[in-house]
Design a protein. Structure first.
Length: 263
């Protein structure tokens, strides 16, 4: 009889022990440093707990685990029509993290999906207000504009958008050829402007030199002799070089003796 009693007691204790272990396992949660638990009690929000050991009342409390690390999310290529009616495909990447676990769970059904969809629409709206040249040349400013708009709209979800980067702006072949022709025309325009500016500066220098020579005939004579020296040194044959007498007029007038005055 004693043995049958022990068997009956053992048959009761073993299921109770198993039940206790199961309840203990369902009541204990361990959260990492970057995790938080949003705890609900009888369906109502109770508190945010963690990290470390979290104890729950089985059957009364449930928790949702939230990761507080920065999430890197790719935004699929979006068809964008710029303000100058150019169709392009733009892709981007956004960086965000949860700063309020309670809002991220209660205020939005799926904060990852919601942020992704919002990023796609915001990318199309913001870039559609700018011309193609601005998209290509002012990416940093556009990144800041998109980040500011996303951050303001996701604040109610307990999400902080820390950065937005436009990755690729894809153009069709027609637009690529048009941009190449435009760049070539721009280079030609700059070359002509630089050439014209050089001609203008050269003309001003020649005018200044001519004015200097006109004021000082001796300088003109020296320049004439220097030119003769250069021409004679460049060629081996004999060169007959006429010498204008008006260039030496001033020198002849200086060397001529003064006429005697009549008594």
């Amino acid at each position: 009889m004693s043995s049958s009693f022990n068997l009956g007691l053992g048959g009761v204790l073993i299921p109770l022990l198993i039940l206790f272990i199961v309840l203990l396992a369902s009541a204990v949660r361990i959260l990492r440093e970057y995790e938080r638990a949003v705890v609900f009690q009888l369906g109502r929000f109770w508190k945010v707990k963690g990290p470390g050991l979290v104890l729950l009342i089985p059957g009364l409390q449930k928790m949702v685990r939230i990761d507080l690390r920065v999430v890197t999310m790719n935004v699929d290529p979006q068809d964008v029509i710029s303000r100058d009616n150019v169709s392009v495909k733009v892709s981007a990447v956004i960086f965000f993290r949860v700063i309020d676990p309670q809002k991220a769970i209660i205020q939005v059904e799926n904060y990852l999906m919601a942020t992704s969809q919002l990023a796609q629409t915001t990318l199309r709206v913001v870039l559609g207000k700018h011309e193609l040249d601005e998209m290509l040349a002012e990416r940093e400013r556009l990144n800041v504009d998109i980040q500011r708009i996303l951050d303001a709209q996701t604040d109610g979800w307990g999400i902080k958008v820390t950065n937005v980067e436009i990755k690729d702006i894809d153009l069709n072949e027609t637009m690529v050829r048009a941009i190449a022709r435009q760049a070539e025309a721009e280079r030609e325009r700059r070359a002509k402007v630089i050439h014209a500016e050089g001609e203008k500066q050269a003309a001003a220098a020649l005018l200044e030199a001519a004015q200097t020579l006109a004021r000082q005939p001796e300088a003109m004579q020296l320049r004439y002799l220097q030119t003769m020296t250069q021409v004679a040194g460049d060629r081996a044959s004999t060169i007959v070089f006429p010498l204008p007498m008006d260039l030496l007029g001033s020198l002849l007038s200086k060397d001529k003796p003064a006429a005697a005055k009549p008594d």
